[in-house]
Design a binder for this molecule. Sequence first.
Ligand code: PLP
Length: 387
Amino acid sequence: MEVRHRDVIYLDNNATTQVAPEVFEAMVPFLTEIYGNPSSVYTFGSQVARATDAARARVAEMLGCAPAEVVFTSGGTESDNTAIQSALRSTGRRHVVTTRAEHPAIQRQCAALEKMGLAVTWLDVDPRGRLDPDAVGRAITPDTAIVSVMWANNETGVLFPIEEIAGICRTRGALFHTDAVQCAGKLPIDLARCRADFLSISGHKFHAPKGIGALFVREGTPFANHIIGGGQEKGRRGGTENTASIAGLGRAADLAAAHLAEVRDRIGPLRDRLETGILARVPRTRVNGDPARRLPNTSNIAFDGVEAESLLLELGRHGVCASAGSACTTGSLAPSHVLTAMGLDSRAARGSIRFSLSRYNTGAEIDRTLDILPPIVERLRAAHPGA
Ligand code: PLP
């Protein structure tokens, strides 16, 4: 059954989001008339350079930092990789501290570093997905180049105590990076308060296009020209600037700030309505992750006796888009590394689904999902009673 676009109930916004119409509008001139290269000396180029600077200022405003501290990248993965590679090169140290709940952009990079002979400390999370900040302090050694701890988990939405961890790293003399890809547009970010040295964001998680993001590099932080060498971004990231997407990212940053209160006051309660509705209507279900310290838009739910893949396919046939684990693991039957790190057994992890909302979701969509979901779960359980 083909699902028409207008019938889709999109509850997979931690995977990616729709481009806001205002963002698209802001991009069009740079894809049509104003196509100059921002590095060129003539006005047609400097006009683009001015637009890039304006976008940088808007992103800086969203993050609570100075425009000069914002480096445009291709997205979260590049920002994450850059922060770690830069810290290793600039300090010459050979130890990295991270957690077992990070996104593959950090996890796989750290696993590769281990294979190359560097030391990595993998911090555990507790059964609610929480991280003990004191464990970070205990893991830091004189050889620690960088600590990389995500701000919000993409699968469960659980928040780590980033401000406290940033303070610990500063006191102990280690650089600190946080992957804040899932925070932008959902929570306020204030780098004047949170003393991270590096912070990653990605446009497509907050209604800008895919393939654009930024890395915050605090002024004074040693920064070694990294894997993508070249002259642009003051020598910090090579490659002719993706000017249309940069303009879109700037507009998306403005909109994110303007809609933060709505995400808290309307989307948070909608997520709660979805979650309490599922728990009330579907027996043998549980929330994964600490409900008290979570993103307002995310709900990860374990359905006993159900394979998440089958449930997602059935939901998809009715137009409801959700996911199991991170988008990258969908399609493989491997249980989520985040849920496994929280101590869920492989059966529970394989029966868990993430719903993630955005400001484009409505109460009617949530109610429709609550009508569609329970009979599907009932049918799947009846078809595989031993599962
Ligand atoms: N970090 C987190 C927490 C994410 O959720 C994602 C995307 O799923 C990324 C990094 C990667 O970002 P991008 O898709 O822009 O490379």
